[in-house]
Design a protein around this ligand. Structure first.
Ligand code: EPZ
Length: 425
């Protein structure tokens, strides 16, 4: 297994091209199941997670072809299988999103329950309730969800979400696009990835209104068309590099970053004393000299501070002047990076869902590892700012969600490289 080795203490200067959003791409890929015509996705991030989703779709009968550049063509001319086994769903939760499209198109499906993961229990009760509202009959047996549409297919309904779940909103939209009549989602999630999916489904022929607000209306269609759609820029990759520049110091333009999608982060970074400004087709980050200040944040559904940037923000706050209180309200176990940041010299105390970060003047490199994607990249950020060598183990987490991480950072002067991890003795 590979590891990332960083010689810290170098500022970052230059430009970084932001890729398409992982969390949008995976749901857009699932949308290919809704049509027998090709769906072409451009600005696709090349990630372990998108490859993995491709494997599952291929197993279901979708012809998946990676085209030139960042293009992927998905053609579900026929669905050959409606069964998604445990091994393919357990490793990546987003694969569970094939359930709705399969039931909508084929009338039935059997998909493994995804199970919990390192950051929390992450149930799918809201997904299942929504599909039931559209008429699906759901049974749970031996760790699998079996869903069956009524005769004549799924029918639109009113889905009132008790929590603005991103996954449940997207899953409902996917199924509703091929359901008869209108579906209304109340208390819908408002994340930019929802807007991206809405744009794609609308182009395919469904009518989707209200994405980005708490009420989404979808008029389903009996048949959807193949189209070409460009994946929205990744706001979490944007946040990550912005925070890396803030931690290491420097001046970097993030090309393809969408300013409007990270307002809560820009506010917090501005308060911390980092210069962030919109530029043509991107965002510019500058920190020269002065230490950042401690700022309190609380994660919230969009447009609040994103949980997926919380770990990276904590890495920056480790070096802040004064204290920062970081509250995590979305996932119950998302502070696994704290003990690893402490290994680098950070002063952090965690009480339940609150972390108190007392900024230190410098961090010192050390070997570290993390158990999820965003936690891992927070250690890369800390390593870039730390004195000496930091080795981040278990790099496969990073490969799930960051395309060419070392190349993008070393292009801005970071001393970072990937090495094969020596075999354990
Ligand atoms: C998406 O997860 C993202 N994943 C997550 O990114 C992100 O952290 C999260 O949204 C919040 O922004 C993908 O898009 C693939 P939720 P999702 O449903 O859809 C509870 C990353 O690092 N809940 O909004 O699973 C749930 O347990 C990942 O890229 C239920 O109780 O998030 C959690 O506490 C990590 N029942 C909260 O809601 C349900 O049926 C938010 O979950 C569904 C969710």
């Amino acid at each position: 297994m590979d590891r990332i080795v960083i010689q810290g203490g170098t500022r970052l200067d230059g430009r970084i091209a932001i890729s398409g959003a992982k969390n949008s791409a995976l749901k857009l890929m699932a949308a290919s199941l809704l049509t027998d015509e090709p769906l072409i996705l451009t600005n696709m991030p090349r990630l372990a997670d998108s490859r993995f989703m491709g494997h599952l779709l291929a197993r279901l009968g979708v012809r998946v072809e990676e085209g030139p550049g960042a293009q992927m063509q998905l053609h579900a001319a026929e669905i050959s299988d409606t069964f998604a086994p445990y091994d393919l769903v357990r490793k990546m939760r987003a694969t569970f999103n094939v359930l709705g499209p399969l039931v909508a198109r084929e009338g039935q499906a059997r998909v493994s329950l995804p199970g919990g993961c390192a950051i929390g229990a992450r149930p799918v009760d809201l997904h299942l309730k929504a599909l039931e509202t559209l008429g699906a009959e759901i049974t749970l047996t031996e760790g699998y969800v079996e869903a069956r549409a009524p005769k004549g297919g799924l029918v639109g309904g009113e889905v009132d979400l008790p929590f603005a779940s991103v996954g449940a909103t997207e899953h409902t939209m996917l199924a509703a696009a091929l359901a008869r009549g209108e579906t209304v989602i109340e208390n819908a999630a408002r994340e930019p990835e929802i807007g991206d999916l809405a744009a794609c489904l609308t182009a395919m022929g469904a009518e989707v209104e209200g994405a980005g607000t708490s009420t989404i209306r979808i008029q389903g269609r009996e048949k959807l068309d193949g189209i070409t759609h460009a994946v929205v820029g990744d706001r979490i990759e944007t946040a990550t590099y912005a925070l890396a520049v803030a931690a290491a110091g420097g001046e970097v333009t993030l090309d393809g970053a969408v300013w409007a999608h990270n307002k809560a982060l820009w506010n917090a970074m501005g308060e911390a004393g980092v210069t962030v400004k919109p530029v043509e087709n991107g965002v510019r980050i500058e920190r020269n000299g002065a230490r950042v200040k401690g700022v309190d944040i609380e994660t919230q559904p969009y447009p609040g501070f994103p949980t997926d940037a919380q770990a990276q923000f904590m890495a920056l706050m480790s070096l802040g002047e004064g204290t920062s209180v970081i509250r995590e309200t979305i996932f119950e176990n998302r502070f696994m990076h704290a003990p690893e940041l402490i290994r680098l010299g950070a002063d952090i105390t965690v009480h339940g869902n609150e972390a108190v970060v007392r900024g230190v003047e410098r961090l010192k490199g050390a070997p570290v590892m993390a158990t999820d994607l965003r936690a891992s990249v927070s250690l890369v950020i800390a390593g870039l700012a730390a004195e000496g060598e930091t080795v981040v183990n278990r790099v496969y987490h990073l490969d799930r969600g960051f395309e060419r991480l070392e190349a993008k950072l070393s292009g801005c002067g970071a001393r970072i490289e990937r090495q094969a991890e020596p075999a354990e003795s």
